[in-house]
Design a protein around this ligand. Structure first.
Ligand SMILES: [Zn+2]
Ligand SMILES: [Zn+2]
Length: 248
C-alpha cells in the first residue's frame, strides 16, 4: 500500500507545530515540494532515487532543497531528480544556489517539465496543469494503475476552473486551504484558497477524499480553517498536520 506522509503542512513560514510544504510517498520515492519539512525525509526513505516535484519557486516550497546537500550523503539515495517549470528551476538554481546565498551546488538532475505526460516507476503517469497564483504555480496528478493522487497548491480554489477536469475522480486530493471563509478577500488578494471553495472543488471534481493543507501558520492548530464549513459541502474532508500519514 502507498502512503502519503505530511512532512510540512504550513504555508508561508514554519510554526512551533508545522513546517512548510513537503509531502512524501516513500514507496515511490516521490516528494511534493521542498519546504522546511524536507528535513524529515531521511528516516522514511525506501528507494535509491528521489523524484521531487515543485509546484512553484516561492521560498516556502523550495528552501528545503538546500538541505539535500547534507541529508543525501547520509542515505542510500543515489539519484535525485528535481522537476518543475523551466523558468522556476532556473530561478532556484540562479538565486537560491547563488554562491552568495548557499555555499555549494547540488549533485542532482534538474528536469524542466515538458508538454507531454511523464512516466515514473511503478507505472505512475504524471500530468500537470497551470494554476493561477502570483508568478504562476502548477498542479500535479499522479495516476497509478489502481490509485491516484492530485496535488494542488498555491492557487485560489475554483469549482469552475480549468483544473477541475485534471483532478476529476482522484482517490486523494491534497489541496491548499490557507485561509478560513472569514478571510476570503485576503485569500483572493494573495492568490490562495478558503475553506468552502476548496470543498466545492472536491465536490464538483468527485474526488474520493479531500485533505486540506498549506495552512496559515498563525491559525489555531485545533481548527485552522473551520473544518465544519468544508464538511458541510464535502463530508470526506480532513485537515492535514505534520506527521499525518494517509493511505492513497
Ligand atoms: Zn506557499
Ligand atoms: Zn506561493
Amino acid at each position: 500500500m502507498m502512503r502519503l506522509h505530511c512532512l510540512g503542512t504550513a504555508g508561508y513560514h514554519p510554526s512551533e507545530t508545522r513546517h512548510t510544504s513537503c509531502y512524501f510517498v516513500p514507496e515511490a520515492g516521490l516528494v511534493l515540494d521542498a519546504g522546511t519539512g524536507l528535513f524529515r525525509l531521511p528516516p522514511l526513505l525506501r528507494t535509491t532515487h528521489l523524484d521531487i516535484f515543485l509546484s512553484h519557486a516561492h521560498l516556502d516550497h523550495v528552501i528545503g532543497l538546500t538541505y539535500l546537500l547534507g541529508l543525501i550523503p547520509t542515505t542510500p539515495v543515489e539519484c535525485v531528480r528535481i522537476r518543475g517549470e523551466a523558468e522556476k528551476l532556473q530561478a532556484v538554481r540562479q538565486h537560491l544556489f547563488s554562491a552568495l546565498i548557499f555555499p555549494a551546488q547540488l549533485d542532482v538532475q534538474w528536469l524542466p517539465l515538458e508538454k507531454s505526460d511523464l512516466q515514473l516507476p511503478e507505472k505512475c503517469v504524471v500530468s500537470w496543469f497551470p494554476l493561477p497564483h502570483p508568478g504562476g504555480s502548477v498542479g500535479y496528478r499522479f495516476q497509478w494503475p489502481t490509485r491516484s493522487l492530485a496535488y494542488v497548491t498555491d492557487t485560489t480554489a475554483d469549482p469552475i476552473g480549468n483544473y477541475i477536469k485534471q483532478i476529476q475522480g482522484v482517490d486523494l486530493l491534497l489541496h491548499e486551504c490557507n485561509f478560513g471563509d472569514d478571510q476570503a478577500d485576503w485569500a483572493s488578494k494573495t492568490g490562495h484558497s478558503w475553506t468552502s471553495r476548496v470543498a466545492s472543488v472536491a465536490k464538483v471534481a468527485k474526488v474520493r477524499q479531500l485533505l486540506l493543507t498549506h495552512l496559515d501558520p498563525r491559525a489555531p492548530d485545533h481548527d485552522p480553517i473551520g473544518l465544519a464549513a468544508a464538511q458541510a459541502i464535502f463530508p470526506a474532508t480532513t485537515v492535514a498536520h505534520d506527521g499525518l500519514v494517509v493511505p492513497i
